[in-house]
Design a binder for this molecule. Structure first.
Ligand SMILES: Cc1ncc(COP(=O)(O)O)c(C=O)c1O
Length: 399
């Protein structure tokens, strides 16, 4: 049966539930199309999307530049592997390195965030000849074996049992906890510079600066998992190099989510020094660097640049900070740019999310029951943000 012949939401949901593993708790609607910050359901209802499909739709749904690039590329060539050179891949690599913080001059393409993190850890082990990796309590790095073993958030690590050995857990924000672990067996310190799923937790700039110093002193590589924070979400291209992060540039940045505007693609960005330790056939993936994904990367970066989305992110963040400041029940606004955690005085995030959904606004929760997460497209307007502020005011009045 095709989607066109399925008439109602009930029918779509029944079939999906019948034929798909029930691994996700789903919202009670089926999306059919999207434009900018809005999605439309099978019943013709419009929702304001402040979640972006897990932070993926950074350029908004159906950005014309991205759609045109994908259509054009699909007609020319969908895919060829890394066995051949490709103008589309050359362009995407050059553009990505072009927006990267200084010193990160080499890209490696893969297909997802977890895969980018696995490759980053492998590169660090190859570069240092050491095996262990320090990550942080509350960090999330993906669901494949090495990445889930690096994930010290809630139940996730246990889902990956038996875990990959050599993963050590430090306290986010505590340089002393890293100092105590970073001996000559440690290849890398890897962190989400803003811990998103943990409830949008940030550390003060001094923490990132101290991490950089410690890693340099002890011959350890610093890896930023920017799967969520990268590609403009924080109002600069990357958290790496930004003021909030004390200008610190890590040895490796990992990316996915926003990078392809919805076409699956992941990447590692690294230095000449690290690249010097990686030889032919050390890393690889069939689909990484494929033409459709590369066209999506170039078009995504172009769209963010051409539409001035980085400046927009900062302007809309400012608007939301002002709008939410006096709202009864809102204790704080965590995070930065379009990675925001609305912290409530009480653990009401799930109830508020449901209430906003009834008002046709999609938001996310987090592992902190007091924090509602916003990961909207970077093209969110202040008018759209104002709709959210008013809906949140009303949702908080619901009992
Ligand atoms: C910070 C971070 N790292 C890694 C991942 C894993 O990415 P993927 O689901 O593309 O494997 C995620 C996914 O949510 C993430 O938020």
């Amino acid at each position: 049966m095709t989607q066109e012949t399925m008439t109602s939401f009930e029918e779509i949901a029944a079939r999906e539930d019948e034929f798909q593993l029930a691994t996700y708790k789903k919202f009670p609607f089926a999306v059919e199309r999207g434009r900018g910050c809005w999605v439309e359901t099978s019943e013709g209802e419009r929702y304001l999307d402040l979640y972006g499909g897990h932070a993926v739709a950074a350029t908004g749904h159906g950005h014309p530049r991205v759609v045109a690039a994908l259509k054009g590329q699909a007609e020319r060539l969908l895919f060829y592997s890394n066995l051949v050179y490709s103008g589309v891949r050359a362009r995407a690599s050059e553009m990505l390195v072009g927006v990267a913080p200084e010193g990160l001059t080499k890209a490696f393409f893969c297909n997802s965030g977890t895969e980018a993190n696995e490759n980053a850890m492998r590169m660090a082990r190859m570069r240092t000849g050491r095996e262990r990796v320090i990550t942080f309590a509350g960090g999330f790095h993906g669901r494949t074996a090495d990445s889930i073993s690096a994930t010290f958030l809630g139940k996730y690590r246990d889902l990956g049992k038996p875990n990959v050995p050599g993963h050590l857990c430090a306290e986010f924000g505590s340089i002393e906890s890293v100092e105590a672990l970073a001996d000559e067996t440690v290849a890398a310190v890897m962190l989400e510079p803003v811990q998103s799923m943990a409830g949008v937790r940030m550390a003060p700039p001094e923490f990132y600066a101290a991490l950089r110093r410690l890693c340099d002193e002890r011959g350890v590589l610093l890896v930023y998992d920017e799967v969520q924070t990268g590609v403009g979400r924080t109002g600069s291209w990357f958290f790496a190099g930004s003021e909030a992060g004390a200008g610190v540039v890590p040895d490796i940045i990992t990316l996915a989510k926003a990078l392809g505007s919805g076409v699956p693609v992941g990447a590692c960005l690294t230095t000449e020094e690290v690249a010097g330790s990686i030889k032919e056939n050390d890393l690889g993936t069939t689909f990484g660097g494929g033409m459709l994904a590369m066209a999506a990367v170039s078009a995504t970066l172009e769209a963010i640049e051409a539409d001035g989305m980085l400046a927009n992110v900062l302007a809309v963040e400012g608007f939301l900070r002002d709008g939410l400041a006096g709202l009864p029940g809102v204790a704080a606004l965590r995070g930065l740019g379009m990675l925001l955690g609305v912290e409530f005085a009480e653990p009401v995030a799930a109830r508020v999310q449901k209430s906003l959904l009834e008002r046709r606004i999609i938001t996310g929760t987090s592992s902190d029951p007091r924090v509602l997460r916003l990961l909207p497209p970077l093209c969110l307007t202040t008018d759209e943000a104002a709709l959210f502020v008013e809906a949140l005011r009303a949702a908080l009045e619901d009992k």
